[in-house]
Write a new protein. Structure first.
Length: 428
């Protein structure tokens, strides 16, 4: 079979591996006159020669049809520094060669497994590679299926047996039918490469910002991929909606007469700037400043801003994350309370009240307190002892038996060292 088909010099030669788990070893393969190697289930073709010319396509070219992540070329590249091309072709006959340019040698007796496959329909989530747990979008904060922005194909480029993996640049060739298929919403010129980090279970910790899309040749370059970022599962994504900015932290801290707002990102793609918005009630938001983002980054970046505000009431903050095309989304909101009172009633709601009201308390520590509701004559009509925790907590008072009137809600620490009061209006 090997001498007849792999080295055929006339006509079209087809090798079909029909058997599951078939292992086939070859020093070199030369495909000419559009010859085709088509894999059977779970077949592995080992290329024992580590030179780039171990797979050759002569006159008329050649084709390797994988179309399954487990139908693989196993190329024993080792420590060689060359440019390797696997002449992949879709089952429909579209040539989609994959080129791996090694720019920094790996160490150890390594090899690379190559395979690629398309899916049935736009929803990549239904045929994602093994080990990939989601296809969620960065723009949604990592919660919504992003498959309509992802080409209908995955590539497996799995470097194994290395002590240190090589540094590479990958050039993907794609089929027009797989980005423009019904259900997709992709701008072809926006395509770029992303890989799945199987250690962190995420897409968003690395982007190839130096990579380029060539819509004439239907190719996308990954840019330089370091050993630490050389993972096995790859796809192409519309840059307007990449697969999950990774926001590590967003917090607010009281510092004397100011509030320190700090956030960290582990990766950024296509981010123009951040706007900090502040609210006193979580309904009305004011923009207080905008800070330019790094736009593209694969490293941890720390940002901070000091909000100088005299009113140290309970405050809420959120980040408006604005992309280069002016689209935006929000972080989760955070809260901070910088009043120096040892204990304070922050809010009463609803107020006026009908049959009940809630009150929110901020305490500097865990403690027992007395809560009293006084009428305008100074007599208490409700007296409760509560154990409240450090920070913010919310409690309930039933007012069904009270007459319509104005009352004073007071809270006292049992040692009488701290207290606070607020007005409550009860009406029927």
């Amino acid at each position: 079979m090997r001498s007849l088909c792999a080295y055929s010099t006339v006509g079209v030669c087809i090798i079909v591996f029909l058997f599951s788990n078939l292992l086939f070893s070859q020093g070199k393969i030369r495909l000419i006159n559009n010859a085709t190697i088509k894999f059977g289930a779970n077949a592995i073709l080992t290329i024992a020669d580590g030179n780039a010319n171990a797979i050759q396509t002569g006159s008329g070219g050649g084709n390797i049809i994988s179309e399954n992540e487990n139908r693989q070329i196993k190329w024993k590249i080792g420590t060689n520094i060359e440019t390797y091309t696997v002449p992949f072709t879709t089952t429909g006959g579209t040539k989609i060669p994959l080129t791996l340019q090694i720019t920094g040698a790996g160490s150890g007796s390594g090899y690379i497994l190559f395979s690629t496959y398309g899916g049935l329909g736009w929803d990549n989530n239904t045929y994602k590679p093994s080990g990939v747990t989601h296809m969620n979008s960065l723009s949604s904060g990592g919660t919504a299926n992003n498959s309509d922005k992802v080409i209908d194909r995955f590539w497996i480029i799995d470097a194994q047996g290395y002590t240190t993996k090589p540094t590479v640049t990958i050039t993907f060739t794609y089929a027009d039918a797989e980005w423009s298929a019904s259900g997709n919403s992709i701008t072809e010129s926006n395509l770029f490469a992303q890989r799945w980090n199987s250690s962190l279970n995420k897409w968003a910790d690395w982007f190839g910002p130096t990579g380029t899309c060539n819509t004439t040749n239907n190719t996308v370059s990954s840019g330089s991929v370091s050993p630490a970022n050389f993972f096995r599962a790859w796809t192409l994504v519309d840059a307007s909606s990449p697969l999950p900015l990774e926001l590590l932290t967003f917090k607010a801290e009281c510092e004397n007469n100011k509030i320190n707002l700090l956030w960290q990102t582990a990766s950024e793609y296509n981010i123009a700037y951040y706007t900090i918005e502040r609210s006193f009630d979580c309904n009305t938001w004011d923009s207080i400043t905008s800070i330019t983002a790094s736009s593209f980054s694969n490293e941890i970046i720390t940002y901070n801003y000091f909000d100088f505000i005299d009113d140290k009431d309970y405050l809420y903050y959120r980040l408006k994350i604005v992309e280069n095309d002016n689209s935006y989304y929000y972080s989760d909101l955070i809260s901070v309370y910088c009043n120096n009172k040892d204990i304070e009633i922050i809010e009463i709601f609803p107020n006026p009240a009908e049959d009940y009201f809630y009150f929110t308390v901020c305490s500097s520590k865990d403690r027992e307190v007395e809560v009293k509701l006084f009428n305008i004559e100074g007599k208490y009509v409700i007296n409760q002892t509560l154990f409240i925790h450090e920070g913010i907590s919310t409690w309930y008072i039933d007012t069904k038996k009270l007459a319509a009137a104005t009352y004073y809600l007071s809270i006292f620490t049992t040692d009488n060292l701290s207290k606070d009061s607020k007005i409550v209006v009860v009406k029927k």
